[in-house]
Write a protein that binds this ligand. Sequence first.
Ligand SMILES: NC(=O)c1ccc[n+]([C@@H]2O[C@H](COP(=O)([O-])OP(=O)(O)OC[C@H]3O[C@@H](n4cnc5c(N)ncnc54)[C@H](OP(=O)(O)O)[C@@H]3O)[C@@H](O)[C@H]2O)c1
Length: 301
Amino acid sequence: MLGKNFTIIGGSGGMGRVFGKYFKQHGFDITLFARDEKKLKIVAKDLGVKFELDLKKSVENADIVMVSVPIHSTSKMIKKITPLMKKNSLIFDITSLKQEVYKILSDGHKNYPINCLSIHPMFGPGIKNMKNYVILLLKIGGTEQYDEIINELIDIFRSDGFIVAETTPNTHDSRIALTLGVPHMLNILFLNLLKRTKEPLNELTRFTGTTFLLQKVLAESIIQSEMEMFGEIQIENAEFHEILDIFEDLIKEYKNTIKNKDLKGFTKLFSEALEYSKEDNHFKNSYEYFYEFMKILKEKK
Ligand SMILES: NC(=O)c1ccc[n+]([C@@H]2O[C@H](COP(=O)([O-])OP(=O)(O)OC[C@H]3O[C@@H](n4cnc5c(N)ncnc54)[C@H](OP(=O)(O)O)[C@@H]3O)[C@@H](O)[C@H]2O)c1
């Protein structure tokens, strides 16, 4: 059975705060750990939970430890924590890349009598309602009570409407390269492309009807997120490097098509994209959704 002592490493961060509040609401006794005391105290007070500045003290009595530190620190942190944890406790990380962390957690449960899991919440700190948000989950292994313990955690997530989807480290990282890395990249490039024309965004907005407005708002919301994390999601993921090569070829092909005034080539690229997207479940209603978003944007001006 899942115990109640729940420690969040990186508890003062954006995701630490979200999950601190979430698991407190589910009746867990939360302790937050981070290095900057001032920030940690503010978040702990805000959430009405405990905090601890000593790593060992924060984890040695915990039944559950959630690791919510930046991508580059996650594996190192797990290596430090696993020897300190008590028998049958559960450790899970929430980091955005899984191949390395999966190996470290696999070693963790082989070397110590603990339970290891890895999850990736597919949302950011701005989440309000959990319904239909996805949590990707990688089962790793542990003690005889492993299934019972992690199923209890999964049941908690599902009880709030989260969709929990199991995956493997390779599938996770190659798909995340496409579902996070690619849209982040395209939106960073979109804003940089406009900047290089030296046209102010407010001026361009005066000349827009629909598509540009929606695209601009999407890019502006992305560009206000965690820069370091976005960089790591692309730089540290080998799968994303391969996508960059495909992208480079595609841009070259596109450039040639346009510069050579090759309407046939353009039609081919356009039709292929259309055929590909027709298979998607959102396709049929996407034009309608687009105008739903527009309604919000036009009303807010
Ligand atoms: N933000 C998202 O949209 C999102 C979505 C899904 C998954 N994630 C994953 O969630 C994790 C946390 O992301 P976040 O956005 O919450 O980051 P964040 O806001 O930067 O918070 C990081 C937290 O970790 C602490 N920390 C940083 N380095 C540390 C270290 N070496 N040792 C101990 N504590 C350290 C920070 O406090 P101190 O610096 O004071 O120690 C802070 O409490 C990342 O692995 C990320 O990939 C994020």
